[in-house]
Design a protein around this ligand. Structure first.
Ligand code: ARG
Length: 588
């Protein structure tokens, strides 16, 4: 379906053309004065400059040509030259009915689907997931779902941190503890054991211990660096051990991401592209892009018109070791080779924005990507505690994602168990759903770049701009529909009636914006726009609900029309929360 704004814009544009003004002036926007009109066109003001006429004259000219359009309830030219449009209730109801009977609620799939790679999650192997990883996962998952819903071909890649010093640290610590393990025997020629010599909880304790030791003990650090180098150069025992670390860690990560309803098409990591690095470095040297600077190999990426300093992008350290940069560039090369994407999106902490600026510039300058490959950095802000400082445990440590989720699940379970007669299993399942909505909506409803305060009490509240409030609204609709269905069957030809009051009209005006919102939120990589949209719908629906006695209405046609309106409201809300990455329970 065409978007409602486009339909109205087309009508107004015709008016401008009929008066021999340029068609570009016919653009219509949603009114910011809903008390005066539903849509407005300000084109006459801009046209006035070009045609050297009073804007009001232009507006009146155009008005003459369009005022009899039956889809308008009214159009007015008002000072200083606006066109104020009220849409007819019949047009609006027809549009809503067409949405209700169309696939994807009438959203038109993109005409030219893009091939997109989205890089999100980015956890580091062997380190427990902490709340810092939450945002990337939540925002990335939502952007991915949004793109896919529009018909783009998008691949999600987790880009594991699985190759740096942390691996050498773990290997060193394992060697301290179990020096007789076969992995450390350089003479050993047989196969390595299939079972890992540690569990996930051991692994999670080993890393911080090793990291602490390396800070206090230079010799230990030296050994960890050597272990890293040996691993990278392919020492068989180290590689085998590394594979165990990766496997144990990845199966744990999968469990955690599953709880968050976040999933990845690719479980690639920094290690995946190691073979790509040497030929890439060679090319950069041969083609004159990279030069030596203080022993390191760098590519200059500064431009003359830069207003801030953009340091060169380092490709190799002075000891020849590769870095985070090297891996990211090699990953771009691989993504281009395998998928030839039109767009690559990175969802990473905004503190890495300068870093990505360097990477993007370097990739363009060295022709790793073509000029029309879109490279996007969605940099997100920090999740803070109520004290405004980065979110911590009560004891002041780094909050593990798992503990946070459990804490919220538990709190929600108490709340849900309080006022409902649900079975234990149902209450558990419901509280998980509501808790996830609380966390995800709490995050996504803020513009990604902003820091925000993770306020559990606020996010889990059933009132206000929260995930649970949205779910509560959906559950309310479900319960009315269930009551209706218990005694009646909706006739095949039932449909939404033209609005009989302003509340109904407002609800319909909102619902019919669905396709615009879904398109814009992806184009602007801004899931918070979907949150704002459904919050408005939930408010307007609840307003409607309080003013309307739906089930006791005696006029069947009226009642059935409302049931259709409820169905559409429910579909729009459910589709939107699906894109945001959570779903609604049956009761709550
Ligand atoms: N592992 C990194 C970190 O924890 C994030 C990776 C982000 N993605 C990327 N392609 N660099 O900071």
């Amino acid at each position: 379906m065409d978007k409602i704004l486009d339909i109205i814009t087309a009508k107004i544009t015709k008016g401008f053309i009929a008066c021999e003004y340029d068609e570009s002036y016919g653009k219509v926007t949603i009114s910011n004065r809903p008390d005066l009109c539903d849509f407005q066109c300000n084109g006459a003001l801009a046209a006035a400059k070009k045609y050297k006429k009073a804007p009001m004259m232009i507006a009146t000219d155009v008005l003459e040509k369009i005022k009899d359009d039956p889809d308008f309830e009214s159009v007015e030219a008002v000072n200083p030259g606006f066109l104020n449009i009220r849409i007819s209730n019949t047009f609006l109801a027809d549009y809503a009915n067409e949405m209700a009977s169309s696939e994807k609620l009438g959203l038109a799939l993109v005409k030219e689907p893009k091939k997109i790679v989205i890089d999100y999650g980015g956890p580091n192997v062997a380190k427990p997931l902490h709340v810092g990883h939450l945002r990337s996962a939540i925002i990335g998952e939502s952007i991915k779902r949004n793109a896919r819903f529009l018909g783009h071909d998008i691949i999600g890649d987790i880009h594991l941190g699985d190759w740096g010093l942390q691996m050498g640290l773990i290997i060193t610590e394992l060697q301290e503890r179990q020096p007789s393990l076969v992995y450390f025997d350089d003479e050993y020629k047989g196969d390595y054991p299939k079972e890992p010599p540690f569990t996930i909880s051991e692994l999670e304790e080993i890393y911080p211990t090793a990291s602490k030791k390396s800070k206090e003990d230079d010799d230990y650090k030296e050994r960890a660096m050597t272990a890293t180098l040996n691993l990278q150069q392919g020492k068989p025992g180290y590689r085998a051990l590394w594979q165990h670390i990766l496997n144990v860690s990845v199966s744990d990560l999968k469990k955690n991401y599953e709880k968050l309803k976040v999933d990845f098409d690719l479980w690639n990591g920094e290690s995946t592209v190691q073979e790509v690095i040497p030929p890439m470095v060679k090319r950069l040297k041969d083609e004159g892009y990279a030069h030596e600077s203080e022993g390191a190999l760098v590519v200059d990426v500064a431009r003359e018109d830069d207003t801030k300093e953009i340091p060169p992008c380092m490709i190799l350290k002075s000891d020849g070791a590769s870095l985070y940069n090297t891996t990211d560039l090699a990953t771009i090369t691989e993504r281009v080779r395998l998928y030839n994407p039109n767009q690559i999106i990175y969802v990473v902490d905004k503190r890495q924005s300068l870093y990505f600026e360097q990477i993007f510039r370097c990739a363009r300058k060295t022709k790793m990507v073509t000029d029309d490959t879109q490279l996007d950095f969605v940099g997100f802000g920090t999740m803070n505690g109520k004290d405004g400082k980065p979110f911590k445990t009560r004891a002041g440590g780094v909050m593990r994602l798992e503990s946070l989720l459990n804490e919220i699940d538990e709190g929600m379970y108490k709340k849900i168990n309080e006022n409902e007669s649900m079975s234990e299993a149902e209450a558990r399942d419901t509280s998980k759903k509501v808790a996830l909505a609380a966390i995800k909506y709490g995050d996504l409803s803020n513009q990604a770049t902003k820091d925000y305060i993770f306020d559990i009490d606020k996010f889990t509240s059933f009132e206000g701009n929260t995930g649970p409030y949205i779910l509560y609204t959906i559950v309310r609709i479900k319960s009315i529909l269930e009551k209706y269905n218990a005694t009646s069957t909706l006739p095949e030809d039932a449909k939404i009636n033209p609005a009989s009051n302003s509340v109904e009209k407002n609800l319909l005006l909102l619902l019919t914006r669905f396709n615009s919102v879904i398109e814009n939120s992806f184009n602007e990589l801004a899931p918070h726009k979907i949150c704002a949209f459904i919050y408005e719908i939930a408010n307007e629906f609840n307003h409607f609900y309080h003013e309307t006695k739906i089930l006791t209405q005696e006029d069947e046609e009226k009642k059935n029309g409302w049931i259709c309106l409820l169905n559409l409201t429910k579909s729009v809300l459910e589709t939107c929360i699906y894109i945001l990455g959570f779903d609604a329970p049956e009761k709550m």
